[in-house]
Design a protein around this ligand. Structure first.
Ligand SMILES: C[S@@+](CC[C@H](N)C(=O)[O-])C[C@H]1O[C@@H](n2cnc3c(N)ncnc32)[C@H](O)[C@@H]1O
Length: 258
């Protein structure tokens, strides 16, 4: 696999990389359990893929995970016969991923780069995937074109992010409620005032437009509902909220134009 040199890292990616360097120890603790999991699950509610049904058969696919973190999702794909490549901008996260590869005996390439500018050739992959990686930490107007470039025609892009509804009801620290607190129009870049992390969230029409502009046809938009009585794993989601409204959604699109 050839890796053209000189991929760039945007200002927000550099800032987020510094933050993720500080979060990495916490994620290293969770990684062995995630790598050991038998089942593929999605998002904070651990909804099984057997219920979601978005991935389909992955055996034999060349897959790229954009913002792979400790790369447990890629390990699940590898165990099912895919050939994953994990991309992440934070060396500390990749170092956990490497430790997990040794511990579990599952090896695949890991690339240190921003998912907004990946140093890999065009058209190498059948599946591009992101679960809370590029899907929220990268600017969609940069990473969706990259995902398209990296995919072969007929390749699929599948990503999980927070729902637009959730982002609209969040206060300045992201604590969600039952009222719209933010403007829908113009929703794009979010900088949180506590740690100044930078995330990106779009409205539905804007997601559709950026996908279509980059050769994708939308195939799935799956809004995940929290299981009844599930205890929210994050303090900014009140109990019961995600049973009424989607906190997360999975988008599935196919690249139809070369
Ligand atoms: C929440 S983790 C996602 C991985 C995993 N699915 C999870 O939920 O733990 C977020 C990852 O995105 C990575 N990230 C943030 N900005 C990035 C960028 N510009 N390019 C690639 N990775 C990025 C961080 O380093 C971090 O490892």
């Amino acid at each position: 696999m050839s890796e053209p040199p000189g991929s760039s890292v945007s200002q927000h990616a550099r800032h987020n990389r510094a933050l993720w360097t500080t979060y990495a120890a916490e994620y290293a603790e969770k990684a062995p359990r995630q790598w050991a999991a038998e089942e593929i699950t999605w998002g904070i509610w651990n909804i099984p893929e057997s219920r979601v049904g978005v991935l389909g058969e992955v055996a034999g696919l060349d897959a790229i995970e954009l913002g792979c973190g400790t790369a447990y999702f890629s390990s699940w794909l590898a165990r099912r016969g895919a050939r994953p490549v994990g991309v992440d901008v934070t060396p500390a996260q990749l170092s956990t991923a490497r430790a997990m590869q040794r511990r579990f005996g599952i090896e695949f390439p890991l690339v240190e780069a921003s998912a907004e500018d990946v140093p890999l050739r065009d058209g190498l992959f059948d599946l591009a995937l992101s679960e809370y990686g590029a899907s929220i930490w990268c600017d969609p107007y940069r990473w969706i074109p990259e995902a398209s470039r990296l995919l072969r025609t007929e390749g699929r892009l599948i990503f999980l992010c927070n729902s637009s509804i959730m982002m609209l009801t969040g206060d300045e620290l992201g604590r969600v409620g039952d009222r719209l607190r933010r403007d829908y129009f113009g929703m794009h870049r979010f900088e949180w005032p506590d740690d100044h992390s930078v995330e990106f969230h779009l409205g539905y029409g804007d997601w559709l437009r950026v996908l279509r502009a980059n050769g994708f046809v939308l195939e799935e938009l799956i809004e995940l509902q929290a299981p009844p009585g599930a205890v929210p794993p994050l303090e900014y989601i009140p109990p019961g909220w995600a049973e009424r409204w989607p906190s997360e959604e999975i988008w599935g699109a196919r690249k139809t134009a070369p």
